[in-house]
Design a protein around this ligand. Structure first.
Ligand code: HEC
Ligand code: HEC
Length: 187
């Protein structure tokens, strides 16, 4: 009986230790993101997206896509690998719970006609959320330069896991995509 109790106690302590260690490993991995992604303020480089306060399920999918190579970016693939695969959802939830860093001086731009078609998935206010193709990301207040580069990548068919986005971006020309990017960044 005593032996069994001691074993049970050991088992529980072991679980507690591994849980604590897991939390530390994820917190450490997430702390390393802000050198590039900006901590509480927008990243300095507009080719690096804001991710604090982004949709959790979207962040989780991107980290999986970077890890599997379905989304191709060398730096981000190795950063995604720094998060243990089974902890991806928790890391994404931690980042999603932070506050979106607002640009110091956003420049509002006219609403292009093509923006209406995006709202079915990205939301009326472009804050993102669940849609017919899974959870769509927040676009409002994201860097125009980053949005434009991403739209061009979809149009080239770079991301094999986002078929509707690819089709929609192919249907627009570069000038239309640039206009959308400026509008979204100014929201
Ligand atoms: C050395 C710089 C650097 C570090 C450190 C870094 N990232 Fe990134 N991250 C980037 C760049 C550059 C991109 C844009 C990649 C692209 O254009 O596809 C990006 C893109 C992303 C995206 C896609 C966002 C979107 O809107 O689609 C996510 C999610 C992301 N990073 C998460 C993380 C997480 C989580 C960490 C920390 C574990 C991290 N990043 C650390 C440079 C970095
Ligand atoms: C049918 C739903 C749907 C429609 C309509 C749609 N999107 Fe998307 N969009 C998505 C989803 C889902 C993703 C995430 C794709 C992935 O998993 O990589 C996405 C991703 C994006 C991204 C990448 C953002 C980032 O942080 O990297 C941009 C930019 C974007 N959409 C712009 C647009 C624009 C502009 C329109 C309108 C012209 C539009 N989308 C219409 C569903 C949609």
């Amino acid at each position: 009986m005593k032996f069994k109790a001691a074993l049970a106690a050991l088992f529980v302590t072991g679980l507690a230790i591994s849980a604590a260690f897991g939390a530390d490993a994820v917190e450490q991995a997430v702390a390393s993101c802000w050198a590039c992604h900006g901590a509480g303020s927008p990243p300095k480089d507009p080719s690096i997206p804001m991710i604090q306060g982004q949709q959790a399920a979207y962040l989780e999918k991107q980290l999986h896509d970077f890890r599997s190579g379905q989304r191709d970016d060398q730096i981000m693939s190795s950063m995604a690998e720094s998060i243990p695969a089974k902890e991806t959802a928790r890391a994404a939830a931690m980042i999603a719970a932070m506050t979106w860093p607002k640009m110091a001086s956003p420049s509002p731009a006219a609403t292009p006609d093509s923006a209406v078609a995006c709202q079915a998935c990205h939301g009326v206010d472009f804050a993102g959320g669940p849609g017919p193709e899974g959870v769509a990301p927040r676009l409002a207040g994201q860097f125009a330069e980053y949005l434009e580069a991403r739209m061009a990548a979809f149009a080239r068919g770079d991301n094999s896991s986002a078929k509707t986005m690819a089709a929609m971006m192919k249907a627009l020309d570069a000038a239309e995509r640039a206009q959308l990017a400026r509008y979204l960044a100014g929201l």
